[in-house]
Write a protein that binds this ligand. Structure first.
Ligand code: ADP
Ligand code: MG
Length: 255
């Protein structure tokens, strides 16, 4: 216990939307360099929890601390500056820009603060950033289309592009909301393989996932969320055998 290096603490987080309690009493400890998965049925509060961690939603109660800093008292762009990046459930890309431009922009955002392109600094660092973006696009398997408009990509490829946009920021903490949702099996497997390669680089990751195949391929530790509460936590083997988890998934197609 003593030698676990916890970098992310979710501390007694509650979130209500009007009368709806989306999160109640959520506690989480994420160890440095590990992949921590959060699973649970639709509507369990998984995306809400992620949005609280990245500052898009303020918790009704409780706090989130990363690397000694209280994220919940900061704005999303400040949290990004602290080394926290995220992949949303719905890809947020620039459809009219090329893939390479899409990947370059977040590099400048991390460097310059708020999400705006500072033209002078952009020019000063452009070659280096372009090379980095080319490298990442190759790594992610989208290199051949780097000069295409991002809007022309399939949904699965847009999600991988968004992952590339995170990786160029070299985050300390990467949060992924269902990174393989809407992907065909082939693309899912490519994404798992990619995430396994990233795992080797020591970045801490929180992955929200519905697909059990993805979770058991990647996670070091799993927390199970149901109706806004953590109902189980443990290693993949412990969670797989937990009857409460099976019950929470009853009626779900992918149980
Ligand atoms: P999950 O990602 O696990 O499917 P969500 O976090 O998206 O679940 O949603 C949890 C609950 O909170 C759901 O009942 C959802 O309808 C509700 N909810 C999510 N976001 C909002 C919001 N912005 N306003 C009101 N209710 C919301
Ligand atoms: Mg969700």
């Amino acid at each position: 216990m003593a030698d676990r290096n916890i970098v992310l603490h979710v501390d007694d987080v509650h979130k209500s939307f009007g009368g709806l309690r989306a999160l109640s009493d959520v506690n989480l400890e994420v160890e440095s360099g590990k992949v921590h998965a959060i699973i649970g049925p639709n509507g369990a509060g998984k995306s809400t929890l992620l949005n609280v961690c990245i500052g898009r939603l303020k918790p009704t109660h409780g706090k989130v601390v990363f690397d000694g800093q209280t994220l919940t008292s900061h704005a999303p762009h400040e949290i990004n500056q602290m080394g926290v990046s995220r992949v949303f459930q719905t890809p947020e890309i620039f459809p009219d820009l090329t893939l390479i431009e899409n990947v370059m922009i977040p590099a400048f955002a991390r460097r310059d603060g708020a999400f705006k392109l500072n033209a002078i600094r952009a020019l000063a660092g452009e070659r280096e950033v372009r090379e980095e973006a080319e490298f990442i696009l190759k790594d992610i398997g989208l290199s051949a289309r780097r000069h295409h408009e991002a809007g022309s990509l399939s949904r699965g490829d847009k999600r991988r592009l968004e992952l590339a946009m995170c990786l160029i920021q070299k985050p300390k903490l990467l949060l992924l909301d269902e990174p393989t949702a809407g992907m065909a099996r082939h693309d899912t497997n490519r994404t798992i393989e990619l995430l396994q390669r990233i795992k080797a680089r020591g970045m801490t990751k929180v992955i929200i996932e519905h697909d059990m195949h993805v979770v058991f391929s990647l996670a070091d530790r799993i927390s199970v969320l149901a109706q806004g509460r953590i109902i189980a936590e443990g290693s993949p083997d412990e969670v797989r055998g937990n009857p409460k988890v099976k019950e929470a998934y009853l009626g779900e197609a992918e149980a």
